[in-house]
Design a protein around this ligand. Structure first.
Ligand SMILES: NC(=O)c1ccc[n+]([C@@H]2O[C@H](COP(=O)([O-])OP(=O)(O)OC[C@H]3O[C@@H](n4cnc5c(N)ncnc54)[C@H](OP(=O)(O)O)[C@@H]3O)[C@@H](O)[C@H]2O)c1
Length: 265
């Protein structure tokens, strides 16, 4: 696809960070964006920061309220039209030990990061397959390919995305549905501010690796290029993204090095 001019692009987690930057990038390319997340005021601000704000639609959505998704998808198709690109991007971070993190918190993170991506994706992908065209973009993470200490459930939720979205691609590729999995490295957003600690409270500040990470708008422009080329999987970030190759080609070395990564929260 050369440009997203007049294409309908639905982005979850569009109220901040990567989702907001992707909305601006798609809008600059001529797309009509549907912006979803829980914070309606922030979504309005993102809409106003996009090119031609009046073309874009704010659609409040909690990705962990699965029972509401059928109705939301119906409204999108009735009121806006068929979705050309669905970006499942909503996510929550984690700072907590694998043993210490309570099961309720494990479930909350999986509900947002994994099932909260799967639920809208399966509903929209079904309609794309009926129509014979569409693209689903899953925002995973470098942690969808490698696991690090103190992020066990976050890593699990992102690894799970690869499992599910790879199957989706294989099942629907001959029905015109493309799947792109994007793995960001460290991007400058507030992901760590809202990251959940072992007891469910929020970390509360932006971690240094995110402060010095890639600018979200730079990331979004690179991601858009890969999405346009319908790449199956792309890794975007600084040197941290090469950890995926270290793990792939020298797993013993990776497992030794990763033990010292990060500090116990
Ligand atoms: N920043 C990085 O370095 C990095 C690296 C790898 C992967 N990622 C991934 O990139 C994605 C975006 O993260 P970000 O860095 O842009 O962080 P962010 O600025 O904290 O954005 C997270 C987004 O997810 C939304 N969200 C959280 N819970 C939700 C829920 N229950 N329902 C609907 N939306 C929800 C938030 O909106 P509301 O609070 O308004 O609902 C917000 O728009 C995440 O999937 C994250 O795992 C980020």
């Amino acid at each position: 696809m050369k440009s997203y001019s007049d294409r309908v692009v639905w982005i979850t987690g569009a109220s901040s960070g990567i989702g907001a930057a992707l909305a601006r990038a798609f809008a600059a390319d001529g797309a009509r964006c549907i912006l979803s997340a829980r914070n309606v005021d922030a979504l309005g601000q993102v809409r106003r920061s996009c090119r031609e704000p009046d073309r874009h639609v704010v659609l409040p959505m909690d990705v962990s309220r699965f029972d509401s998704h059928g109705e939301l998808v119906g409204r999108v198709y009735d009121e806006v039209g068929p979705v050309d690109v669905l970006v499942v991007n909503s996510g929550v971070g984690q700072h907590g030990g694998a043993v210490e993190t309570e099961l309720d918190i494990v479930r909350r993170i999986m509900d947002v990061n994994f099932i909260g991506a799967v639920s809208p994706a399966r509903l929209v992908a079904a309609r794309m397959a009926e129509r014979g065209s569409g693209q689903v973009v899953a925002i995973s993470s470098v942690n969808g390919r490698i696991s690090v200490p103190w992020r066990s459930t976050y890593c699990a939720s992102k690894h799970a995305m690869h499992g599910w979205f790879e199957s989706l691609r294989a099942e629907l590729s001959d029905r015109g549905v493309r799947v792109t999995i994007v793995c960001p490295g460290y991007i400058r957003t507030s992901i760590s501010k809202h990251a959940l600690l072992a007891d469910g409270s929020e970390f509360g500040s932006v971690a240094p690796q995110h402060l010095s990470g890639m600018d979200a708008d730079v990331f979004a422009r690179r991601a858009l290029r890969a999405i346009r080329r319908q790449r199956a999987e792309v890794h975007i970030g600084g040197p941290e993204k090469w950890a995926i190759q270290v793990f792939r080609f020298a797993p013993l070395l990776f497992r030794l090095l990763v033990r010292g990564y990060g500090r116990k929260p």
